[in-house]
Design a protein around this ligand. Structure first.
Ligand code: CMC
Length: 456
């Protein structure tokens, strides 16, 4: 190819209006979605950092796992639409897809299911960890602690530079999360831990470990099993969300995968992220009656009121969350089969959604129900207690976390995650000896006014 025929490298030029200096920055295009401007050289060439709190316009990595088109309400795992996976697949098949990039053939799936099934037991010593938690500890707090501690059990097989070690760690995490989660529930209700059984499905096993007792076994209801499997498919990955980015950031320092996933669980817990499913049910219970809907919609719109409509809005979706559409349909089926089709909270949720979607405030801001608006109602119908909702999310999201972690470690472009900052604290100043300091006008320390009293 002659020089004249060389394809032109796509660039954008940034001009510093103060100095007239310019820098040409390369543009990189992915398969779908907006192209990115590579700004790695910006500081060296112009002496600037970029500032983008909350990563509104910043890609933190490249990834071939999940794609979201928030404007059109599209979600793809490895290129496959979520609607097709929800209809035809199972959670373990989706986990395989996320980890290995392709749908398995029959034998690959059988072997993967077998491997996961044979890693579900936890070390007996781990059981004593639970005794260290107070009986009313939130199960998410227990999850963070117990999952983080797994590295202590597998330190001799967690060489993260060894691809086989990484794979085994991923299998262990996917396999053991249900066992660890069910045990945290059992601890919170004061019942003995139930061991996994190899003849049950992934979610069937989880349900049994949660609800069986030594005096009575638990028969898994097929509707509950299918509903939970579907919810797990929908929650399995969601590209660079807060908890996944946390896992990647922790992993970028070469921390072990168990510690990375524990940090992801901690990030997921927040009500703006995975804690929303729990918050939705609390909110519906607080609203209590359809007559109160206008009052709560007004509260959500009031900028002086911290109240937000939980389960509404999303950083990326500016259209109906495709997962919410699927789960809304499943909600009808589950309530008909397992619960009360006239469940007043479901009625309330449908009316709240209807009224919010008609409201100018929500229309203007493209605020639609997200996946968690309905997932809690399904969990409730299955009998899962509210404080376990986010734990369920963490089990499903483990598939995405480990897939993203494995992709990151294998990426030759990966470097330790080390964001820059815009420092706006005091300029350089000299230390003042204690006896020479003026009495502080606004006394040091942090004061909370009108806040609930806390023990420090
Ligand atoms: N209720 C009322 N107003 C809202 C809501 C809401 N749920 N969500 C966003 N807004 C308003 C917000 O006040 C802002 O208004 P203005 O432009 O007048 O200042 C505007 O909409 C844009 O919101 P934002 O906070 O800038 O958007 P964000 O991308 O930073 O936040 C969010 C996204 C999911 C944190 C937020 O929508 C929210 O807090 N939703 C409720 C919690 C929730 O359901 N979270 C689950 C997310 S899906 C599951 C998961 O990913 O874990």
């Amino acid at each position: 190819m002659s020089e004249r025929e060389q394809p032109r490298r796509e660039t954008v030029t940034l001009i510093d209006n103060a100095t007239g200096r310019r820098v040409e920055l390369p543009v990189r295009r992915g398969t779908h979605g907006p192209a990115v401007i590579e700004i790695g050289r910006l500081y060296k060439e112009l002496g600037y950092f970029t500032y983008d709190p909350g990563f509104l316009s910043t890609a933190s990595c490249r990834s071939a796992i999940t794609f979201i088109d928030g404007e059109r309400g599209v979600l793809l795992y490895r290129g496959y639409p979520i609607e097709q996976l929800a209809e035809h697949s199972t959670f373990l098949e989706v986990a395989y897809l996320l980890l290995y990039g392709e749908l398995p053939d029959r034998e690959q799936l059988r072997r993967f299911e077998d491997t996961i099934t044979h890693h579900t037991m936890i070390n007996e010593s781990l059981k004593s960890f639970y005794q260290g938690f107070y009986h009313d500890a939130h199960p998410m707090a227990i999850m963070v602690g117990v999952v983080g501690s797994l590295s202590a059990f597998y330190h001799d097989s967690t060489d993260i530079r060894n691809p086989r070690h990484r794979e085994v760690a991923a299998h262990r995490l996917i396999a053991k999360m249900p066992t660890i989660a069910a045990a945290s529930y059992k601890h919170s209700v004061g019942e003995p831990i139930v061991y996994p059984r190899n003849d049950l499905s992934y979610v069937g096993n989880l349900l049994r470990m949660m609800f069986a007792v030594p005096t009575e076994d638990y028969v898994v209801h097929p509707v509950a099993e299918r509903a939970l499997d579907l919810i797990f498919i929908l929650h399995a990955d969601h590209e660079q969300n807060a908890s996944t980015s946390t896992v990647r950031l922790a992993g970028s320092s070469a921390a072990n995968p168990f510690a990375c996933v524990a940090s992801g669980i901690a990030a997921l817990w927040g009500p703006a992220h995975g804690g929303a499913n729990e918050a939705v049910l609390r909110m519906l219970a607080e609203i209590g009656n359809v007559r109160n809907i206008p009052k709560y919609i007004a509260k959500a719109k009031d900028k002086n009121d911290p109240f937000r409509l939980m389960g509404f809005g999303h950083r990326v979706y500016k259209n109906y969350d495709p997962r919410a559409r699927i789960i809304r349909r499943m909600c009808h089926e589950v309530l008909r089969e397992l619960g009360d089709d006239n469940d007043p909270l479901f009625e309330l949720a449908l009316r709240l959604e209807e009224e919010a979607l008609r409201d100018e405030y929500f229309i203007e801001r493209h605020l639609y129900p997200n996946v968690d608006f309905y997932s809690g109602l399904i969990y409730r119908a299955i009998g899962i207690p509210t404080n376990m909702f986010t734990v369920m999310f963490s089990i499903a999201r483990t598939a995405g976390w480990v897939a993203q972690w494995m992709e990151m470690i294998a990426d030759p472009e990966q470097r330790i995650g080390r964001p820059r900052q815009l420092y706006d604290g005091p300029p350089r100043r000299d230390y003042v000896p204690l006896e020479q300091r003026e009495p502080a006008r606004a006394a040091g320390g942090v004061h909370f006014q009108g806040e609930a009293r806390v023990t420090d």
